[in-house]
Ligand binder design. Structure first.
Ligand SMILES: Nc1ncnc2c1ncn2[C@@H]1O[C@H](COP(=O)(O)OP(=O)(O)OP(=O)(O)O)[C@@H](O)[C@H]1O
Ligand SMILES: [Mg+2]
Length: 155
């Protein structure tokens, strides 16, 4: 279900929302990020990971496909599905076995959405005219968990 949209025209807004989501994230969460090339998927995930792990550098995993991080909550995986031909390639990487025990963030998530858990949080970044908008979609539980974020100043 649709949860909310946020104006993320400035990167500092992307950062604020990424950090809020990071704060409330827990083991078993899957975040599927979609958006055109260069829309800000890696930037969003970078701020998310920097908030819960000690690392300073969070590169794009477009060549490694999956990069692992440690956090005080659980293992964190940053995946980029761009180079995968289909979801079978993702299955053979064993990602579905990683979901339960980690916080899992995926760029180009729409490419493998068939194998994502039903309760994943969908984040879509869109450039509309000269604005950048982040749309969140998730189930009822996500809506409750994101209550604080819904009060976030959108302007
Ligand atoms: N509001 C914003 N949120 C996120 N990034 C922004 C914003 N405004 C400008 N940027 C810039 O846009 C670029 C986004 O690049 P980024 O690598 O995050 O995109 P991407 O969607 O991961 O690209 P790719 O499709 O190649 O994986 C960065 O240089 C970032 O600094
Ligand atoms: Mg990227």
């Amino acid at each position: 279900m649709f949860i909310n949209t946020f104006n993320i025209h400035e990167e500092i807004k992307t950062k604020a929302i990424a950090q809020e989501l990071s704060k409330i994230s827990k083991k078993g969460d899957v975040f599927g990020v979609t958006g055109n090339m260069g829309s800000g998927k890696t930037t969003f995930i970078r701020h998310f990971i920097q908030r819960i792990s000690k690392v300073k550098t969070v590169p794009s995993p477009s060549y490694n496909i999956i990069l692992p991080y440690d956090s005080n909550k659980s293992k964190v995986y940053h995946m980029d599905a761009w180079r995968l031909k289909n979801y079978n390639e993702a299955l053979s990487l064993g990602i579905t076995e990683m979901f339960d025990d980690s916080i899992f963030l995926i760029e180009w998530a729409e490419k493998i959405k068939t194998i994502l858990p039903n309760n994943y949080l969908k984040l879509s970044i869109k450039n509309i005219k000269n604005k950048k908008v982040l749309r969140l979609e998730g189930d009822k539980k996500w809506k409750i968990r994101l209550k604080q974020l819904l009060n976030y100043d959108k302007n």
